[in-house]
Design a protein around this ligand. Sequence first.
Ligand SMILES: C[S@@+](CC[C@H](N)C(=O)[O-])C[C@H]1O[C@@H](n2cnc3c(N)ncnc32)[C@H](O)[C@@H]1O
Length: 250
Amino acid sequence: MARTEYDRTTAASFKAVREIRRDGLDAWKAAIFRHLNPEPGMTVVDVGAGTGAFAAAMCDWFSVKVIAVEPAPAMRALIADRSDVEVRDGHAAEIPVPDGSADAAWLSTVTHHVPDLAAAAREIRRVLRPGAPVLIRNAFAGRYERLRIVRWFPEVTRVLDTYPSVEQTCRAFEEAGFTQTALEPVPQADIRSLSEFLDRVDTLRTADTLMRSLTDAEFERGKNRIREAAAREDAQDVDLTSALDLLVLR
Ligand SMILES: C[S@@+](CC[C@H](N)C(=O)[O-])C[C@H]1O[C@@H](n2cnc3c(N)ncnc32)[C@H](O)[C@@H]1O
């Protein structure tokens, strides 16, 4: 069974609270630039593109073309219609793209949804031209000290530890012929204040696989932690940054 059903409600929540404002993605823009070496017109396959936030960002940042492959109709329906993003129904182990035709693959918070990572890696190998990079933005089992959500809702590690680890992910891709070239935590500024976090957290609970795993009591305890911290005088000094890892293979 899929970890998360991306139906219309989840898709709408995802769009509302999981798409990160562009000004919160400066570090991601820089990191992707370094590893993608983008050239105008090159083709990036966005595997599990969701609502297309990164597909649109990459086109705007680097003038690339993106093929947005997404299995959930409700997520696909929210991808903005634009000439440089081509939306296709598919999934990581069945990418509707010809052999050796893409210049890079991008997978953002997708690997933990993929039932057979080895099959996905083989399919990505098939669609990429030789030497093209795979950029994976994800949380990985055992590497969550920089994730903001863990500080407020520590019980999410229960599910986080079932996500593929860096080692498992690299093994799957190495079997398909890739080699790891980089692993770096990249910060994102998706929330500006604790009160904004508090305003979003109910919607986040429907849109985030980790938050969905919490019991009502665990969720309420975490929400109270945020509420209490937001009411304190030093609320503006609380560290709100969060980081996911960027794993790159070629
Ligand atoms: C957390 S969302 C991330 C969306 C987008 N990549 C982003 O970062 O905004 C995960 C997405 O992966 C998709 N997904 C689930 N199973 C998948 C699979 N086997 N292959 C590719 N995508 C999958 C879901 O439908 C969902 O849109």
